[in-house]
Design a protein around this ligand. Structure first.
Ligand code: 0O2
Length: 261
């Protein structure tokens, strides 16, 4: 079997899907100033890992591409559990990928303690050698779920798949703690997002103010620029939100008079 050629569509699928979800993140960020996608990771299983999974599941090598769902894998990390729901809805409404399988380990934790939302999708491609539709597993999980899963995964390697019972039960307890953290963060989600949005708009305001002061210097309004700079320094030192808002609208008006921007 020419593994390299067989795996090409899986590489293309993960590259394209990663780019698509990163764009979705960017679009959310631009319009809503926040995004349900914290990060996107993509990988194609290595040949030894495909062979070992085939061996474990008793799949003949000539059937691996038809029977192993996660040769191409995408992992979308979110901050809040509600973000997972936003993304599952978004994925189910898309017409560029066909959902073949959906597993909700977010609401129904695996006995190991594992939590994540899985989709297996079929993704249509045009490659250098024609059209094809490889399957890709999309895992969606929070940062807390990911921390748990990555840690547990490395323990599986350390113990060669046989984790001692005491560690297993500690992992289940750790999963419950991660779940409690996710629930609490989700409950205060709106407050956290509001605080982040206002911190961001403050940052934008300060950037605009500095730009306008620089432009005033640029149009040779030295006295006005110096006066604005002094006022801004005082407000900045005192850190009063209301004063900053007033100063922002003042400097916008002055910028308009001098036809800045
Ligand atoms: P890797 O090395 O991450 O790629 P199953 O039929 O249930 O035995 P299957 O068909 O692989 O397993 O489906 P499932 O259960 O949906 O698992 C798919 C992937 O989810 C796994 O791929 C893991 O990445 C992840 N996963 C599932 N259960 C666990 C778990 O208990 N702990 C951790 N850390 N990850 C899990 P692979 O190929 O098993 O592993």
């Amino acid at each position: 079997m020419n593994w390299e050629k067989e795996l090409l569509p899986y590489h293309q699928a993960t590259d394209e899907l990663k780019a698509k979800f990163e764009n979705i993140a960017l679009q959310f960020e631009r319009v809503e100033k926040t995004t349900p996608i914290f990060s996107v990771e993509a990988r194609v299983k290595t040949v030894p890992s495909i062979i070992s999974k085939a061996h474990r599941k008793k799949i003949p090598l000539d059937r691996v591409f038809g029977e192993i769902d996660d040769i191409a894998g995408l992992r979308i990390i979110c901050r809040f559990v509600d973000d997972i729901h936003i993304l599952t809805k978004l994925i189910s409404e898309r017409d560029d990928m066909k959902i073949l399988l959906e597993k909700d380990f977010v609401n129904t934790m695996k006995p190991s303690g594992y939590r994540s939302y899985h989709f297996v999708v079929e993704y249509g491609l045009n490659t250098a050698f024609g059209k094809c539709s490889p399957r890709c597993e999309i895992q969606i999980r929070t940062l807390a779920m990911n921390f748990w899963a990555v840690t547990e995964h490395s323990l599986r390697y350390k113990y060669k798949g046989v984790i001692p019972e005491t560690i297993k039960s500690r992992l289940v307890k750790a999963a419950e703690a991660a779940h409690a953290l996710d629930s609490e963060m989700n409950a205060i989600r709106d407050d956290i997002l509001d605080a982040e949005k206002s911190a961001k708009s403050r940052e934008e305001m300060v950037r605009d103010i500095i730009h306008n002061i620089q432009e005033l210097y640029g149009v040779s309004e030295m006295d006005a620029a110096q006066e604005m700079y002094n006022k801004f320094s005082t407000i900045w030192d005192v850190r009063n939100e209301e004063d900053l808002n007033h100063f922002y609208s003042d400097i916008q008006s002055i910028a308009q008079v001098h036809k800045i921007r």
